[in-house]
Design a protein around this ligand. Structure first.
Ligand SMILES: Nc1nc2c(ncn2[C@@H]2O[C@H](COP(=O)(O)OP(=O)(O)O)[C@@H](O)[C@H]2O)c(=O)[nH]1
Ligand SMILES: [Mg+2]
Length: 424
Protein backbone atom coordinates (compact mmCIF):
# COMPACT_ATOMS: atom_id res chain seq x y z
CA UNK A 1 0.00 0.00 0.00
CA UNK A 2 2.75 2.37 1.11
CA UNK A 3 4.92 1.28 -1.81
CA UNK A 4 1.96 1.92 -4.22
CA UNK A 5 1.35 5.47 -2.96
CA UNK A 6 5.11 6.24 -3.15
CA UNK A 7 5.08 5.17 -6.81
CA UNK A 8 2.05 7.43 -7.46
CA UNK A 9 3.77 10.41 -5.80
CA UNK A 10 6.84 9.72 -7.91
CA UNK A 11 4.69 9.68 -11.08
CA UNK A 12 3.11 13.02 -10.05
CA UNK A 13 6.57 14.54 -9.55
CA UNK A 14 7.79 13.32 -12.96
CA UNK A 15 4.64 14.63 -14.75
CA UNK A 16 4.86 18.00 -12.93
CA UNK A 17 8.53 18.26 -13.90
CA UNK A 18 7.72 17.62 -17.58
CA UNK A 19 4.95 20.26 -17.51
CA UNK A 20 7.31 22.77 -15.87
CA UNK A 21 10.04 22.15 -18.50
CA UNK A 22 7.43 22.46 -21.27
CA UNK A 23 6.14 25.86 -20.02
CA UNK A 24 9.62 27.15 -19.32
CA UNK A 25 10.72 26.33 -22.86
CA UNK A 26 7.77 27.89 -24.70
CA UNK A 27 7.32 30.99 -22.58
CA UNK A 28 11.11 31.57 -22.72
CA UNK A 29 11.26 31.47 -26.52
CA UNK A 30 8.34 33.90 -26.74
CA UNK A 31 10.06 36.43 -24.49
CA UNK A 32 13.20 36.11 -26.59
CA UNK A 33 11.40 37.88 -29.44
CA UNK A 34 10.56 40.95 -27.37
CA UNK A 35 12.75 43.95 -28.17
CA UNK A 36 15.89 44.33 -26.16
CA UNK A 37 16.06 47.75 -24.57
CA UNK A 38 18.40 50.04 -26.50
CA UNK A 39 20.83 51.92 -24.27
CA UNK A 40 19.75 55.56 -24.14
CA UNK A 41 22.28 58.11 -25.32
CA UNK A 42 23.93 60.37 -22.84
CA UNK A 43 21.31 63.10 -22.80
CA UNK A 44 23.57 65.33 -20.80
CA UNK A 45 25.37 66.05 -24.09
CA UNK A 46 23.44 68.80 -25.85
CA UNK A 47 24.36 71.76 -28.06
CA UNK A 48 27.97 72.45 -28.98
CA UNK A 49 27.24 76.16 -29.23
CA UNK A 50 25.42 78.23 -26.63
CA UNK A 51 21.74 78.56 -27.58
CA UNK A 52 20.03 81.94 -27.75
CA UNK A 53 18.13 82.88 -24.58
CA UNK A 54 14.73 81.84 -25.97
CA UNK A 55 15.90 78.39 -26.89
CA UNK A 56 15.71 75.54 -24.46
CA UNK A 57 16.24 71.83 -24.55
CA UNK A 58 14.49 69.16 -22.55
CA UNK A 59 14.80 65.41 -22.32
CA UNK A 60 11.64 63.57 -21.35
CA UNK A 61 10.35 66.74 -19.73
CA UNK A 62 13.56 67.44 -17.84
CA UNK A 63 15.44 70.64 -18.66
CA UNK A 64 18.88 70.09 -20.18
CA UNK A 65 21.79 72.49 -19.97
CA UNK A 66 21.87 73.71 -23.57
CA UNK A 67 25.42 75.02 -23.25
CA UNK A 68 26.89 71.53 -23.01
CA UNK A 69 28.56 69.70 -25.88
CA UNK A 70 26.54 68.00 -28.60
CA UNK A 71 26.58 64.26 -29.24
CA UNK A 72 29.59 63.84 -31.51
CA UNK A 73 28.98 62.73 -35.07
CA UNK A 74 29.62 59.06 -35.73
CA UNK A 75 29.74 58.20 -32.08
CA UNK A 76 30.87 54.60 -32.06
CA UNK A 77 28.63 51.99 -30.62
CA UNK A 78 29.86 48.51 -29.76
CA UNK A 79 29.47 45.97 -32.62
CA UNK A 80 28.55 48.72 -35.03
CA UNK A 81 27.71 47.96 -38.65
CA UNK A 82 24.68 47.52 -40.84
CA UNK A 83 22.84 44.26 -41.01
CA UNK A 84 23.04 42.79 -44.52
CA UNK A 85 19.26 42.56 -44.61
CA UNK A 86 16.25 42.37 -42.35
CA UNK A 87 14.51 39.90 -44.56
CA UNK A 88 14.60 36.84 -42.28
CA UNK A 89 10.94 37.42 -41.54
CA UNK A 90 10.18 33.81 -40.70
CA UNK A 91 12.79 33.88 -37.97
CA UNK A 92 10.94 35.76 -35.26
CA UNK A 93 14.06 36.67 -33.30
CA UNK A 94 15.92 38.04 -36.33
CA UNK A 95 12.94 40.16 -37.41
CA UNK A 96 12.96 42.09 -34.16
CA UNK A 97 14.58 45.34 -35.18
CA UNK A 98 15.79 46.06 -31.69
CA UNK A 99 18.12 43.06 -32.09
CA UNK A 100 19.92 44.74 -34.99
CA UNK A 101 22.63 47.06 -33.84
CA UNK A 102 21.88 50.57 -35.10
CA UNK A 103 25.53 51.35 -35.91
CA UNK A 104 27.27 54.71 -35.69
CA UNK A 105 25.06 57.79 -35.81
CA UNK A 106 25.24 60.83 -38.05
CA UNK A 107 25.21 64.36 -36.64
CA UNK A 108 21.55 64.88 -37.42
CA UNK A 109 18.20 65.99 -36.09
CA UNK A 110 14.51 65.90 -36.78
CA UNK A 111 13.05 69.37 -37.27
CA UNK A 112 9.44 70.49 -37.03
CA UNK A 113 8.03 73.94 -37.55
CA UNK A 114 4.87 74.12 -35.48
CA UNK A 115 2.42 76.31 -33.59
CA UNK A 116 1.35 75.60 -30.03
CA UNK A 117 -2.05 74.62 -31.41
CA UNK A 118 -0.37 71.90 -33.52
CA UNK A 119 0.68 70.01 -30.39
CA UNK A 120 -1.60 66.96 -30.75
CA UNK A 121 -1.03 66.65 -34.48
CA UNK A 122 2.74 66.83 -34.08
CA UNK A 123 2.50 64.41 -31.13
CA UNK A 124 0.94 61.84 -33.49
CA UNK A 125 3.79 62.33 -35.95
CA UNK A 126 6.46 62.00 -33.26
CA UNK A 127 4.91 58.79 -31.91
CA UNK A 128 5.00 57.27 -35.40
CA UNK A 129 8.60 58.31 -36.05
CA UNK A 130 9.71 57.05 -32.65
CA UNK A 131 7.93 53.70 -32.95
CA UNK A 132 9.07 53.00 -36.50
CA UNK A 133 12.63 54.37 -36.23
CA UNK A 134 13.92 56.70 -33.60
CA UNK A 135 13.41 54.58 -30.48
CA UNK A 136 16.47 52.65 -31.70
CA UNK A 137 18.50 55.68 -32.74
CA UNK A 138 17.54 58.46 -30.31
CA UNK A 139 18.18 61.39 -32.62
CA UNK A 140 17.38 64.88 -31.33
CA UNK A 141 14.31 66.82 -32.34
CA UNK A 142 14.28 70.58 -32.95
CA UNK A 143 10.97 72.44 -32.73
CA UNK A 144 10.77 75.92 -34.25
CA UNK A 145 8.00 78.49 -33.87
CA UNK A 146 7.47 82.16 -34.68
CA UNK A 147 5.95 82.51 -31.18
CA UNK A 148 7.25 81.15 -27.86
CA UNK A 149 6.37 77.51 -27.26
CA UNK A 150 4.10 77.08 -24.23
CA UNK A 151 4.71 74.59 -21.42
CA UNK A 152 2.05 72.24 -22.70
CA UNK A 153 3.76 71.93 -26.10
CA UNK A 154 7.17 71.48 -24.51
CA UNK A 155 6.03 68.86 -22.01
CA UNK A 156 3.99 66.75 -24.43
CA UNK A 157 6.63 66.68 -27.17
CA UNK A 158 9.70 66.20 -25.00
CA UNK A 159 8.05 63.25 -23.26
CA UNK A 160 7.65 61.54 -26.65
CA UNK A 161 11.08 62.22 -28.16
CA UNK A 162 13.78 59.66 -27.29
CA UNK A 163 16.63 62.07 -28.07
CA UNK A 164 16.95 65.60 -26.80
CA UNK A 165 14.02 67.91 -27.60
CA UNK A 166 15.10 71.46 -28.32
CA UNK A 167 12.85 74.48 -28.73
CA UNK A 168 13.70 77.58 -30.73
CA UNK A 169 11.93 80.82 -31.45
CA UNK A 170 12.34 82.20 -34.96
CA UNK A 171 14.00 85.63 -35.17
CA UNK A 172 11.51 88.26 -36.35
CA UNK A 173 13.59 89.11 -39.45
CA UNK A 174 13.02 85.53 -40.66
CA UNK A 175 9.24 85.83 -40.28
CA UNK A 176 8.37 89.30 -41.61
CA UNK A 177 7.98 91.22 -44.85
CA UNK A 178 11.36 92.50 -46.09
CA UNK A 179 11.67 96.24 -46.82
CA UNK A 180 11.95 95.81 -50.62
CA UNK A 181 8.42 94.38 -50.83
CA UNK A 182 5.58 96.70 -51.88
CA UNK A 183 2.97 95.81 -49.26
CA UNK A 184 0.04 97.32 -51.19
CA UNK A 185 0.87 95.17 -54.18
CA UNK A 186 1.17 92.09 -51.91
CA UNK A 187 -2.22 92.86 -50.28
CA UNK A 188 -3.91 93.11 -53.68
CA UNK A 189 -2.44 89.74 -54.66
CA UNK A 190 -3.86 88.12 -51.53
CA UNK A 191 -7.32 89.61 -52.19
CA UNK A 192 -7.23 88.43 -55.78
CA UNK A 193 -6.09 84.91 -54.80
CA UNK A 194 -8.87 84.75 -52.21
CA UNK A 195 -11.46 85.50 -54.91
CA UNK A 196 -9.91 82.89 -57.18
CA UNK A 197 -10.06 80.41 -54.28
CA UNK A 198 -6.36 79.52 -54.52
CA UNK A 199 -5.43 77.35 -51.57
CA UNK A 200 -3.80 79.45 -48.79
CA UNK A 201 -3.90 82.30 -51.38
CA UNK A 202 -5.00 84.94 -48.85
CA UNK A 203 -2.82 83.74 -45.98
CA UNK A 204 0.08 85.87 -44.80
CA UNK A 205 1.29 83.31 -42.23
CA UNK A 206 1.47 80.59 -44.91
CA UNK A 207 3.70 82.88 -46.97
CA UNK A 208 5.99 83.48 -43.97
CA UNK A 209 6.07 79.72 -43.41
CA UNK A 210 7.04 79.00 -47.05
CA UNK A 211 9.74 81.70 -47.04
CA UNK A 212 11.11 80.49 -43.70
CA UNK A 213 11.27 76.86 -44.87
CA UNK A 214 12.86 78.00 -48.14
CA UNK A 215 15.58 80.19 -46.76
CA UNK A 216 15.95 80.32 -43.01
CA UNK A 217 15.26 77.15 -41.03
CA UNK A 218 18.83 75.91 -41.55
CA UNK A 219 20.23 79.21 -40.31
CA UNK A 220 18.59 78.98 -36.89
CA UNK A 221 21.30 78.85 -34.18
CA UNK A 222 20.05 75.46 -32.90
CA UNK A 223 20.22 73.94 -36.40
CA UNK A 224 23.85 75.01 -36.74
CA UNK A 225 24.77 72.14 -34.41
CA UNK A 226 23.78 69.55 -37.02
CA UNK A 227 24.84 68.33 -40.48
CA UNK A 228 21.60 66.63 -41.58
CA UNK A 229 17.89 67.26 -40.96
CA UNK A 230 14.70 65.27 -41.38
CA UNK A 231 11.61 67.42 -41.66
CA UNK A 232 8.47 66.16 -39.96
CA UNK A 233 5.07 67.85 -40.20
CA UNK A 234 1.98 67.37 -38.04
CA UNK A 235 -0.37 64.44 -38.80
CA UNK A 236 1.92 62.37 -40.98
CA UNK A 237 2.04 58.58 -40.93
CA UNK A 238 4.89 56.13 -41.33
CA UNK A 239 3.68 52.73 -42.50
CA UNK A 240 6.83 50.59 -42.30
CA UNK A 241 9.66 49.99 -39.88
CA UNK A 242 12.76 51.91 -40.87
CA UNK A 243 15.46 49.32 -40.35
CA UNK A 244 18.50 51.25 -41.50
CA UNK A 245 19.47 54.77 -40.55
CA UNK A 246 18.55 57.16 -43.39
CA UNK A 247 20.81 59.87 -41.95
CA UNK A 248 23.76 57.53 -42.05
CA UNK A 249 22.81 56.44 -45.56
CA UNK A 250 22.79 60.08 -46.71
CA UNK A 251 26.16 60.77 -45.16
CA UNK A 252 27.91 57.61 -46.34
CA UNK A 253 26.60 57.89 -49.90
CA UNK A 254 27.21 61.60 -50.46
CA UNK A 255 23.46 62.35 -50.66
CA UNK A 256 22.28 65.94 -50.13
CA UNK A 257 18.51 65.84 -50.72
CA UNK A 258 15.92 63.07 -50.60
CA UNK A 259 12.20 62.51 -51.04
CA UNK A 260 9.43 59.92 -50.90
CA UNK A 261 6.66 61.65 -52.88
CA UNK A 262 6.89 63.94 -55.91
CA UNK A 263 4.10 65.74 -57.73
CA UNK A 264 3.01 68.65 -59.91
CA UNK A 265 2.73 72.13 -58.38
CA UNK A 266 -0.40 74.27 -58.63
CA UNK A 267 0.54 76.65 -61.49
CA UNK A 268 -1.28 79.72 -60.13
CA UNK A 269 0.93 79.83 -57.03
CA UNK A 270 4.21 80.17 -58.97
CA UNK A 271 3.64 81.98 -62.31
CA UNK A 272 7.11 83.61 -62.36
CA UNK A 273 9.18 81.23 -60.20
CA UNK A 274 10.92 79.71 -63.22
CA UNK A 275 11.75 83.16 -64.62
CA UNK A 276 13.53 83.87 -61.33
CA UNK A 277 15.35 80.55 -61.50
CA UNK A 278 16.50 81.29 -65.06
CA UNK A 279 17.74 84.71 -63.92
CA UNK A 280 19.71 82.97 -61.17
CA UNK A 281 21.25 80.56 -63.69
CA UNK A 282 22.36 83.53 -65.83
CA UNK A 283 23.81 85.44 -62.88
CA UNK A 284 25.44 82.48 -61.11
CA UNK A 285 26.45 79.91 -63.74
CA UNK A 286 29.24 78.73 -61.43
CA UNK A 287 26.61 77.31 -59.00
CA UNK A 288 24.87 75.10 -61.54
CA UNK A 289 25.96 71.45 -61.21
CA UNK A 290 27.48 69.78 -64.26
CA UNK A 291 25.28 66.69 -63.96
CA UNK A 292 22.10 68.51 -62.86
CA UNK A 293 18.49 67.28 -63.09
CA UNK A 294 17.12 69.70 -65.67
CA UNK A 295 15.30 66.75 -67.29
CA UNK A 296 13.26 66.34 -64.13
CA UNK A 297 12.32 70.04 -63.98
CA UNK A 298 11.79 70.92 -67.62
CA UNK A 299 10.48 69.23 -70.76
CA UNK A 300 12.10 71.72 -73.13
CA UNK A 301 15.69 71.95 -71.98
CA UNK A 302 15.06 74.67 -69.40
CA UNK A 303 12.82 77.12 -71.24
CA UNK A 304 9.77 76.35 -69.10
CA UNK A 305 9.14 74.59 -65.80
CA UNK A 306 7.04 71.44 -65.91
CA UNK A 307 5.87 71.91 -62.26
CA UNK A 308 7.57 68.72 -61.03
CA UNK A 309 8.77 68.94 -57.45
CA UNK A 310 9.65 66.82 -54.45
CA UNK A 311 7.00 67.12 -51.73
CA UNK A 312 8.88 68.93 -48.99
CA UNK A 313 6.69 68.06 -46.00
CA UNK A 314 9.01 65.03 -45.93
CA UNK A 315 12.64 65.64 -46.63
CA UNK A 316 15.95 64.42 -45.36
CA UNK A 317 18.71 66.73 -46.45
CA UNK A 318 22.15 68.13 -45.89
CA UNK A 319 22.27 71.30 -43.80
CA UNK A 320 25.79 71.86 -45.08
CA UNK A 321 24.37 72.10 -48.60
CA UNK A 322 21.57 74.43 -47.49
CA UNK A 323 24.14 76.68 -45.85
CA UNK A 324 26.44 76.64 -48.93
CA UNK A 325 27.03 79.78 -51.05
CA UNK A 326 25.22 78.10 -53.92
CA UNK A 327 21.97 77.55 -52.01
CA UNK A 328 22.10 80.86 -50.12
CA UNK A 329 22.73 82.79 -53.37
CA UNK A 330 19.82 80.90 -54.95
CA UNK A 331 17.43 81.74 -52.12
CA UNK A 332 18.52 85.40 -51.87
CA UNK A 333 18.15 85.84 -55.60
CA UNK A 334 14.58 84.45 -55.51
CA UNK A 335 13.74 86.39 -52.37
CA UNK A 336 14.75 89.68 -54.02
CA UNK A 337 12.26 89.00 -56.81
CA UNK A 338 9.46 89.00 -54.23
CA UNK A 339 7.41 85.98 -55.33
CA UNK A 340 6.95 84.72 -51.78
CA UNK A 341 4.66 87.75 -51.34
CA UNK A 342 3.62 88.80 -54.88
CA UNK A 343 2.67 85.20 -55.67
CA UNK A 344 2.59 82.29 -53.22
CA UNK A 345 5.79 80.40 -53.87
CA UNK A 346 5.95 77.18 -51.91
CA UNK A 347 9.10 75.85 -50.29
CA UNK A 348 8.61 72.55 -52.14
CA UNK A 349 9.22 73.89 -55.68
CA UNK A 350 11.94 76.21 -54.31
CA UNK A 351 13.86 73.34 -52.66
CA UNK A 352 13.26 71.10 -55.66
CA UNK A 353 14.48 73.58 -58.26
CA UNK A 354 17.54 74.20 -56.07
CA UNK A 355 18.21 70.47 -55.70
CA UNK A 356 17.64 69.95 -59.42
CA UNK A 357 20.00 72.71 -60.51
CA UNK A 358 22.67 72.93 -57.81
CA UNK A 359 23.22 69.24 -57.09
CA UNK A 360 24.48 66.44 -59.23
CA UNK A 361 21.99 63.64 -59.84
CA UNK A 362 24.03 61.29 -57.67
CA UNK A 363 23.37 63.59 -54.68
CA UNK A 364 19.59 63.05 -54.86
CA UNK A 365 17.82 60.05 -53.36
CA UNK A 366 14.40 58.45 -53.44
CA UNK A 367 13.64 56.67 -50.13
CA UNK A 368 11.40 53.87 -51.38
CA UNK A 369 11.51 52.07 -48.04
CA UNK A 370 10.14 55.07 -46.10
CA UNK A 371 6.41 54.51 -46.45
CA UNK A 372 4.78 57.83 -45.81
CA UNK A 373 1.48 59.69 -45.72
CA UNK A 374 0.76 63.38 -45.59
CA UNK A 375 -2.76 64.39 -46.50
CA UNK A 376 -3.79 63.47 -49.19
CA UNK A 377 -0.96 61.34 -50.69
CA UNK A 378 0.68 58.04 -49.75
CA UNK A 379 3.94 56.42 -50.68
CA UNK A 380 3.76 52.64 -50.12
CA UNK A 381 6.66 50.44 -51.30
CA UNK A 382 5.86 48.28 -54.28
CA UNK A 383 7.81 45.18 -53.25
CA UNK A 384 5.65 42.64 -51.37
CA UNK A 385 8.53 41.02 -49.49
CA UNK A 386 9.87 44.40 -48.33
CA UNK A 387 6.43 45.29 -46.99
CA UNK A 388 6.31 42.06 -45.03
CA UNK A 389 9.88 42.35 -43.76
CA UNK A 390 9.32 45.91 -42.59
CA UNK A 391 5.91 45.18 -41.06
CA UNK A 392 4.18 47.75 -43.29
CA UNK A 393 0.50 48.56 -42.86
CA UNK A 394 -0.08 50.64 -45.99
CA UNK A 395 -2.37 49.48 -48.76
CA UNK A 396 -0.23 49.32 -51.94
CA UNK A 397 -3.31 50.43 -53.91
CA UNK A 398 -2.96 53.84 -52.22
CA UNK A 399 0.56 54.32 -53.60
CA UNK A 400 0.76 57.67 -55.43
CA UNK A 401 4.11 57.04 -57.21
CA UNK A 402 2.72 55.99 -60.59
CA UNK A 403 -0.26 58.35 -60.71
CA UNK A 404 -0.30 60.85 -63.61
CA UNK A 405 0.06 63.70 -61.08
CA UNK A 406 3.25 62.21 -59.64
CA UNK A 407 6.70 62.95 -61.08
CA UNK A 408 8.35 59.83 -59.65
CA UNK A 409 8.12 58.01 -62.97
CA UNK A 410 10.04 60.86 -64.62
CA UNK A 411 12.62 60.68 -61.80
CA UNK A 412 13.09 56.94 -62.39
CA UNK A 413 13.59 57.56 -66.12
CA UNK A 414 16.16 60.29 -65.50
CA UNK A 415 18.08 58.09 -63.08
CA UNK A 416 17.85 54.98 -65.27
CA UNK A 417 16.01 53.16 -62.46
CA UNK A 418 13.87 50.08 -63.08
CA UNK A 419 10.13 50.74 -62.60
CA UNK A 420 7.93 47.98 -61.17
CA UNK A 421 6.35 45.51 -63.62
CA UNK A 422 3.25 46.93 -65.25
CA UNK A 423 4.26 50.60 -64.88
CA UNK A 424 5.18 52.49 -68.04
N1 LIG B 1 5.03 78.28 -36.06
C1 LIG B 1 4.22 78.22 -37.13
N2 LIG B 1 4.19 77.12 -37.87
C2 LIG B 1 3.37 77.08 -38.94
C3 LIG B 1 2.53 78.18 -39.29
N3 LIG B 1 1.84 77.82 -40.41
C4 LIG B 1 2.21 76.58 -40.72
N4 LIG B 1 3.14 76.11 -39.84
C5 LIG B 1 3.83 74.83 -39.86
O1 LIG B 1 4.37 74.70 -41.16
C6 LIG B 1 4.23 73.41 -41.66
C7 LIG B 1 3.36 73.44 -42.92
O2 LIG B 1 2.07 73.85 -42.59
P1 LIG B 1 0.79 72.98 -42.96
O3 LIG B 1 -0.38 73.64 -42.33
O4 LIG B 1 1.05 71.54 -42.63
O5 LIG B 1 0.74 73.19 -44.54
P2 LIG B 1 0.41 72.17 -45.72
O6 LIG B 1 1.06 70.86 -45.38
O7 LIG B 1 1.02 72.82 -46.93
O8 LIG B 1 -1.08 72.10 -45.80
C8 LIG B 1 3.64 72.59 -40.53
O9 LIG B 1 4.72 71.99 -39.84
C9 LIG B 1 2.93 73.61 -39.68
O10 LIG B 1 2.89 73.22 -38.34
C10 LIG B 1 2.59 79.35 -38.47
O11 LIG B 1 1.92 80.36 -38.71
N5 LIG B 1 3.46 79.32 -37.41
MG1 LIG C 1 1.38 69.81 -43.68
Amino acid sequence: MLAGSNARILRYIVVAGIILIFFYHFSGSRYDTLPRPVPAPDHAQAASQPSPPNDEATTAGRPVDSTQKSIPADRDRPNSGFPKSVSASTDAAASTLADIDPGPRANATFVSLARNADVWDIARSIRQVEDRFNRRFNYDWVFLNDKPFDDNFRNITSALVSGTARFGQIPVEHWSVPDWIDEDKATKVREDMKERKIIYGDSMSYRHMCRFESGFFFQHPIMKNYDFYWRVEPSIELFCDIAQDPFRFMKENGKKYSFTISLLEYVDTIPTLWDSAVKFIENYPQHVAADNSMEFLSDDGGQTYNMCHFWSNFEIGSLEWMRSDAYVDFFNSLDQDGGFFYERWGDAPVHSIAAGLLLNKTELHFFDEIAYFHMPFTHCPNDVQSRIDLKCHCNPKDNFDWSRYSCTSRYFEMMGMQKPDGVD
